[in-house]
Write a new protein. Structure first.
Length: 220
């Protein structure tokens, strides 16, 4: 199976290590599947050819011998289906993995982005500080529920899988936020996920790709 994913050749330093191709990279490393990374410039993501693969001009996109698709959640489910270690073994396990993967994307990520993006992209604008307590309260509510679920569990479903990869990449953006320290169960779960060698490899590879393609003016 010839697997290829897309990623950006370079992003500014604040984003390096956080771009969403980290998700399929991590899943493919867990699965032990061989894959290629197609590195794109910002101009290439606008081309007709790339938009036919990823209609929004975003990364990641994915293809193998049988399918091509986009959206990191859909990609992780495809990778799981190809992997002896990540593949669900029962209908209920498949349902649990889908439910938790969508929960990470749809019930938690919008809240975490509300909290982190204003400070990143609107720093200094007058509305940001006023919005922050509201955003933090919504994250707080979600972390409370997640912590209750994880209390006596090592992973979201019976064993480590792509739902955990998705949840960990979402929660990771809260690592600098005080709100996570109020939820030690969720924080410990996150660190458990990030301690996996496959995460480290995916992270190092993404950062190395960006470093290798940094524009000359950004290199000291
Ligand atoms: N829902 C998409 C989001 C992908 C996404 O936001 N990718 C960002 C990088 S992390 C991107 O390509 N941004 C460039 C753009 O939107 O033009 C997914 O999960 O795959």
């Amino acid at each position: 199976m010839a697997i290829e994913i897309s990623a950006f050749a370079w992003v500014p330093p604040f984003a390096s290590g956080h771009v969403r191709d980290l998700r399929p990279r991590w899943a493919l490393e867990e699965a032990g599947l061989v894959y290629k990374v197609r590195l794109l410039t910002f101009e290439e993501k606008e081309t007709r050819e790339y938009r036919a693969w990823q209609p929004f001009g975003q990364v990641p996109a994915y293809r193998d011998d049988e399918v091509r698709l986009f959206e990191s959640g859909a990609i992780l489910l495809r990778i799981a289906s190809l992997s002896d270690t990540l593949r669900p073994r029962t209908a209920q396990e498949q349902a649990d993995i889908s439910a938790w993967l969508f929960a990470a994307l749809n019930s938690i990520e919008p809240m975490t982005m509300n909290l982190t993006l204003p400070a990143l992209f609107h720093a200094g604008e007058p509305w940001v500080e006023g919005f922050r307590p509201h955003a933090e309260k919504l994250v707080d509510l979600r972390l409370k529920s997640l912590s209750a679920w994880l209390k006596d569990r090592e992973w979201l479903t019976g064993r480590f899988g792509v739902a955990d990869i998705m949840m960990a990449t979402v929660l990771r953006d809260l690592r600098e936020e005080a709100v996570l320290t109020r939820y030690p169960v969720a924080a410990a779960y996150l660190e458990r996920c990030l301690a996996r060698p496959a995460f480290r490899k995916a992270l190092d590879d993404q950062i190395a790709d960006h470093a290798a393609h940094a524009p000359a003016e950004t290199v000291n």
